[in-house]
Design a protein around this ligand. Structure first.
Ligand code: ZN
Length: 339
């Protein structure tokens, strides 16, 4: 057994650790039958082009319903990417849980102010970013020294008792003072709409994460704030010049209207869907030529019809399509055009 990734000291004896806190994970929509979108359970939309998306995350207890019994082998291969074994020791797991349950109290604070100690909210978002990075599976990977800095801060200040966190030293810690973030929230969005977890694989200034009805922009240096505005599905609009949250300033959020939030998320889904099917382009063209179609490319409309069929099959079946179903969809759609 390896040592704990947080304290590096004790054995990582803990199994079933959540990389994303359960209170947020369960809000990433996954209930069957609530709406059409929700049937897209556990899909990895961007699987072919980007590993940064792990789809509609699914509650562990729902996994059985969807996939049936998972074999030990499948679990060992990390079929459940949000839950990990032997990352943390029991103590560190409990310490992380402390700030999670404290931060979870802000869910009901739907205004701009989160009304939580800035030390807690900063530690909370640091813990999210750090855990995403150490998993190495969500696309977003911090630079080594950044990851180590966050680990050091978490290891130094997290405590088994929330009231024992050394706020005084934390506020004075120069390394902590350099860190800042902006947070968008669309309160109650996840009650009626599908939400996602998406970590941008390339953005570093700031690191950018969509998580449920939150969007996090995390800055390691003061100089990075407003230095560069990177496009992030529209969430970057209006960001420049807005207040930042630090260890000294209580958390303020940028509140989004549902309509605006939705249109940004649609940009994300469209991009990922396009990326996913781009990889099949060559296959469509090859099939088209083999079947004696005109020209070297399958008509765009036909490609779109095949893709639409696959998406709708997925929704009906509630699981990812296989290569075989891709071939069948291709055959069925091409048949319609056959003379
Ligand atoms: Zn530990």
């Amino acid at each position: 057994m390896d040592n704990c990734k947080l304290c590096k000291n004790r054995l990582a004896d803990k199994t079933g650790s959540h990389l994303i806190p359960h209170f947020l994970l369960k809000r990433i929509d996954n209930e069957i039958g609530k709406s059409e979108r929700n049937k897209e359970l556990g899909f990895t939309i961007g699987e072919l082009e980007t590993t940064s998306y792990f789809g509609q995350s699914v509650l562990p207890e729902k996994l059985n319903e969807i996939y049936g019994e998972l074999s030990d082998d499948e679990i060992a291969k990390n079929s459940i990417p949000l839950i990990v074994d032997h990352y943390f020791c029991t103590d560190c797991e409990a310490k992380l849980a402390q700030i999670e349950s404290e931060y979870a109290k802000t869910l009901i604070k739907k205004g701009i102010e989160s009304k939580i100690a800035p030390e807690i909210s900063l530690l909370f978002w640091i813990s999210i970013l750090w855990r995403v990075s150490i998993s190495k599976k969500q696309g977003l990977i911090l630079k080594d020294k950044e990851e180590e800095l966050l680990r050091r801060i978490l290891n130094k200040y997290l405590n088994l008792k929330i009231e024992k966190i050394d706020f005084h030293s934390l506020k004075k810690d120069i390394e902590c003072q350099n860190l800042s973030y902006r947070l968008i929230r669309c309160p109650d969005y996840s009650e009626s709409e599908a939400t996602y977890l998406f970590c941008h694989p390339f953005h570093k200034m700031p690191y950018s994460i969509i998580l449920d009805e939150y969007v996090l922009f995390f800055y390691f240096k003061k100089g990075h704030v407003d230095n560069l505005i990177q496009s992030f599905f529209g969430f970057e609009n209006g960001l420049k010049g807005t207040g930042i949250n630090t260890v000294l300033v209580g958390e303020n959020k940028i509140i989004y209207e549902k309509k605006t939030f939705k249109s940004c998320l649609e940009n994300l889904v469209n991009l990922l869907t396009a990326n996913r099917f781009k990889s099949y382009d060559w296959l469509f063209d090859e099939a088209h030529k083999k079947m004696g179609g005109q020209g070297s490319q399958m008509p765009a409309l036909l490609k779109q019809n095949i893709v639409n069929r696959l998406i709708s099959d997925e929704k009906q079946l509630g699981r990812k399509f296989t290569f075989k179903s891709l071939v069948i969809a291709m055959y069925e759609e091409m048949k319609k055009y056959a003379p």
